[in-house]
Write a protein that binds this ligand. Sequence first.
Ligand code: ARG
Length: 462
Amino acid sequence: MAQLWGGRFTRETDELVYRFNASISFDQTLWRQDIEGSIAHVRMLAETGILTRQESGQIVDGLEGIRRDVENGTLPIGGQYEDIHSFVEATLIDRIGDVGKKLHTGRSRNDQVALDMRLYVRDEVDQLKKLTVSLLKTLHALMKEHVETYMPGFTHLQKAQPVTLAHHIGAYMEMFKRDYERLRDIRERMNVCPLGAGALAGTTYPLDRERTASLLGFSGPSLNSMDAVSDRDYVIELLSALATIMMHLSRFSEEMIIWNSNEYQFIEIDDAFSTGSSIMPQKKNPDIAELIRGKTGRVYGALFSMLTTMKGIPLAYNKDMQEDKEWTFDAIDTAKSCLSLFRNMLAATTFRKDRMKESAKNGFTNATDAADYLVNKGIPFRDAHGIVGRLVLYCIDNKKSLDDMTLDEYKQISPVFEQDIYEAISMENCVRRRNTIGAPGPEAMRKVLAVNEKYLSEIESE
Ligand code: ARG
């Protein structure tokens, strides 16, 4: 057992207590950030004259050596260390001797871990942003391709009105744009540096907190040292954003599973993203989409775990906060792999335009347009609704669609119908006429595509 705090103790830590308390098994994930933070701290200590140039040079060289050796695998992390901070500090002292003991001057593990976690989350948010941009680009490309791919739009999973595939995918485009913006907002808000907060009350050393903040790419130092060591809001914000991303991926996955089913056959998920059955030779299952849907639960779990952990913690640091790590790491890894797998699966999917169009033609998706036709001929909408209801009933009884009815049959239900009803309810026209912004009509869709084109080029340079 290697501990940083043995001086005050007369008896050894109980073995079970030691294992229960230790975090090295999971906080080793933070090794890069721990070293990066220490290097910035020591540079600042030398610049302010708290350490000599020579001392800081030796410490920085030592830390860089540790970084190199962990990187190339010659220095395995682990052994009898309580946490990653103890591992790095003890290894440094082993390697460079007593001068290594000066590393922790003007610092506590409380501001140290707050910094490490913040640096880690910030890096991960940057990666999550990139993955979201890549998904957005794929959605945009599909939208451009499918402005005239007709399909039924659903409410209550019942066919409702005809839309296009571009319009349906466009709904997800909007969701993931908001997801991207949430990540961007979180990054900006979290980008303040806790280093220098000490255990909770700052320090008496004349630290230059602005300097460490800028060395580490933060917009500035945090303004309250108690908040700095106790704040995990940004973790909660990220988990909430990830839960929302997963919810969106899960809804889209669910739709892909339905569309890929034998009954629908709107799409064919590529072989590379499907698996077979050990007993039923005919099966090709959408396991990846199902797993993405399933993994949503673990990300929600991380959010609730973190909210619950934080709710009763008095200021300032308490060990409960060590529980911020495992679930957060897991949620980030899960969301990252789901974002990239989903994108790849979608890009490799075949869309069966014929099946979608056929499906949009059956199921009375043009019934609203038939009612609108009557309204244009002067019938009040409520009456028009009733007339078309009777048409639909007639069609169901006679196994017909609205397009197959003869004009005589129409006229028997209402004399207002004329030859132009057929043009009014043709599926293409139903879609083409819907051109208010946000609707599936091609004119409206092209305006939205132009907005998205610009949006994508802007976020790519962020
Ligand atoms: N492993 C701890 C954590 O994750 C590091 C901070 C320890 N600080 C302390 N006062 N025990 O929160």
